[in-house]
Each structure stands twice: as structure tokens, then as C-alpha cells.
Design a protein around this ligand. Structure first.
Ligand code: BG6
Length: 369
């Protein structure tokens, strides 16, 4: 049932074009308008929401952090992302005008479930973004938007992450449409861009030979850093998490802008650093700022492993390796940029002879607090 792959993780990484395509499927009406029938929360309630709080753990929380950028941009509603176990114990400000979005692959994570209960007790509406049908969190939530990633067997999450971002984006577009922040044709244009992503993810997979090769060479590495900015920041943290989980290597993800405020002290000759570079076509100067970061760490001897958009030549002089991904709108780029990082962690762990499907000490769903 591994479909010819060495591991479930390898298979699930390769399933990702389908996970995204299937999560998008059947969510528009005959006119091409986005309809999310599952969001059974009164439209009047959704219109009056003045804050969205995403609660989740692990990879699902990073999906929430990516979605924050898109939902705030599209809906002009503040979005907080909080680890479910922290949320419940800090007396959060939550009320009838708060929409709580609980993100969970399994739908059984106890920390997330307890946070859902707490939010509902405070009068908030809870919408669950969950992959597993019939699980507990959707039963206790007011509504559920299922991700259609298919069963995820490997303990560390990959395809569910991409599906969670996709579903959260659908929710963001739906709210923007409902609340009048976006015209129907703007929503349709972004939906079309989303529908183009599965092919682009496939292209990233097709090009992954080099990242595999590098991962095998790096099997003895002690520590890897990941830098990203804007939506690339949660991608950096997810890249680091994959490496910790699968390869038991010390790894940290940082916001690239934070580099000069601390992490640059960690850079010594030979230190591998992945850098996720935003599109040079982006509106502001983020691209050049991140390119400067690469230059700064390279000057201190870092080994720079750069993920950049096709055609971005500016990164080349400072990159030991460039992994190019197809062009996409900035907000959708995480669906591509994370893939080489997943492949890297999976391949490196496999080269170390580790069981990538069942890493030590981890469980697929943690049903205790
Ligand atoms: C951890 C898993 O226990 O729970 C992670 O090892 C996962 O892979 C996290 O991201 C959250 O799980 P879920 O099912 O709530 O998405």
C-alpha cells in the first residue's frame, strides 16, 4: 500500500498535488462562485466576526500561521494563531464575535479539543479544519471544513499541511466574499491560481533529485537553520520541525528579519542554512532584504541552501545551492517552498537509516494533554 515508495512519508509527499486538488474539488457552484455549504454558521454571525483565532498544534499550527497572512490580507480581520495548549491556559479574550478555527489532521488531538471546548464555553463559534472524518473535534465544533488529503499514515505531517493551508485559504476567500471585502471576480481569480498549484507542486517533486542528493551528503550534519520571511517564516519553522521529527537533527526556523537581532551569532563556517526567498515580483522590498540576509550569512561562512522562484538570478551569487520552484502568487508560494524541505528531511533521515514513518517518541495523534 506504499504504492512502490520506500515509506508512507515518501508516498504522502508525492500525494500532495492530489491533496491540494481534492481539497479544492466541489467547492464552487455552477457559476464558479465559492460555496462552502459545510460552514454551517449563520452568515450574520460570520459578518459580525471581529477576530479570528486559529488554534492547533505542531504542523497544523504552522498551516494556521501561513493562513494568517492570507486571511488578514483578504478579509481585513485580525487573525491570531495560538498553540492550542497555550490558548486554554492564558484566559484568552474570546467572545461571541470571535471565530475560532481549530486545525487538526487527526481531529483527535486532546490539546486542540480542550481548546475547542474552552472557546465554545466563552461563546465563540468554532470551525474545524480536519482531515479525518468522524473524529472528535468536528463533532464538537459548530462546523467543519474537511481537508481531502486522504489518510495520512506517516506520523509527521506532510500532505495534511498543504491541504490545511488550502482549506484555510478557501475559508478566507469565502469570508472575504461574504463580508464584501472582495468582488466575486477577485475571488475567482485566486481560486484559479489555487487550481494551478497541484501542477506546480508536481513540478517541484519532479525536480527534487538534487535536494535528495544534497540530503544524502548531509547525513552527518549536526544542526540546520531555516530562514524565511512573511509566509516563508512559518515555512521555515515547518522545515525545521520536519528535520527534528524525522532525522533527530537540531534545527531552528527563524524570521529572516530577526537574523541581525540574535540568530546571526549562530553562524559559523560550514553551518547549513536554508533560506526561503520571497518572489522578486512581490510588491515591496522583501526580496532584496532576504537576498541581503543570504549575503550576510554567506560572508560568515554559512553554507546557503536557497529556495527561490524560477528566474530569480539575484540569489545565485550568494547561494551554494538553489532549488528553484515555479512562479506563483506570494500567498500561495508556501505550497511549493515547503516541498523541498519535506523531501530533504525525509531523504536525510532515510540515509541515516531511520524509520521516517514512525520516528522515535512521537505518536500520530496525541490523545492526552
Ligand atoms: C503531533 C504529530 O503529535 O501532533 C504532528 O506528531 C502533528 O505531526 C501534531 O502535526 C498535530 O496533530 P493533528 O492531528 O492535530 O494535526
Amino acid at each position: 500500500e506504499k504504492g512502490g515508495f520506500r515509506s508512507f512519508m515518501d508516498k504522502e509527499i508525492h500525494d500532495q498535488p492530489h491533496a491540494v486538488a481534492d481539497t479544492l474539488l466541489g467547492r464552487t457552484d455552477a457559476q464558479g462562485r465559492l460555496v462552502l455549504d459545510e460552514v454551517r454558521i449563520d452568515e450574520s454571525v460570520l459578518r459580525s466576526v471581529d477576530k479570528i483565532v486559529v488554534i492547533a498544534c505542531g504542523t497544523a499550527a504552522y498551516a494556521g500561521q501561513v493562513a494568517k497572512y492570507a486571511i488578514e490580507h483578504w478579509c481585513r480581520v485580525p487573525v491570531e494563531v495560538e498553540l492550542a495548549h497555550e490558548f486554554r491556559y492564558r484566559d484568552p479574550v474570546v467572545n461571541e464575535r470571535t471565530l475560532v478555527v481549530a486545525v487538526s489532521q487527526s481531529g483527535e488531538t486532546m490539546d486542540t479539543l480542550m481548546a475547542v471546548r474552552h472557546a465554545r464555553e466563552q461563546g465563540a463559534k468554532v470551525l474545524a479544519i480536519v482531515n479525518t472524518h468522524g473524529s472528535t473535534i468536528p463533532r464538537e465544533a459548530d462546523a467543519v471544513l474537511y481537508t481531502h488529503a486522504g489518510p495520512e499514515i506517516a506520523v509527521a505531517s506532510t500532505k495534511a499541511f498543504l491541504a490545511q493551508i488550502t482549506a484555510a485559504y478557501l475559508l478566507g476567500l469565502y469570508l472575504a466574499q461574504l463580508r464584501g471585502n472582495m468582488f466575486a471576480d477577485e475571488v475567482t481569480a485566486i481560486l484559479d491560481e489555487l487550481r494551478a498549484m497541484p501542477d506546480k507542486i508536481q513540478q517541484v517533486l519532479d525536480r527534487a533529485g538534487r535536494v535528495r542528493e544534497i540530503a544524502r551528503w548531509m547525513a552527518d550534519t549536526q544542526s540546520v537553520l531555516f530562514l524565511g520571511r512573511h509566509v516563508g517564516f512559518p515555512v521555515a519553522m515547518e522545515g525545521a520541525l520536519k528535520l527534528k521529527e524525522l532525522a533527530y537533527i537540531h534545527a531552528e526556523g527563524f524570521a529572516a528579519g530577526e537574523l541581525k537581532h540574535g540568530p546571526i551569532a549562530l553562524i559559523e563556517p560550514g553551518q547549513p542554512v536554508f533560506v526561503i526567498v520571497p518572489s522578486p515580483r512581490g510588491r515591496d522590498s522583501l526580496h532584496s532584504k532576504v537576498v541581503s540576509n543570504i549575503q550576510e550569512i554567506r560572508a560568515r561562512g554559512a553554507r546557503t541552501l536557497v529556495i527561490a522562484e524560477d528566474g530569480d538570478e539575484a540569489v545565485r551569487p550568494f547561494a551554494d545551492e538553489v532549488f528553484y520552484v515555479p512562479k506563483s502568487p506570494t500567498l500561495l508560494a508556501p505550497l511549493l517552498a515547503v516541498v523541498p524541505l519535506q523531501v530533504f528531511a525525509c531523504e536525510l533521515a532515510t540515509a541515516k537509516g531511520l524509520d521516517v514513518d514512525q520516528p522515535r517518541n512521537l505518536a500520530k495523534s496525541v490523545t492526552v494533554e
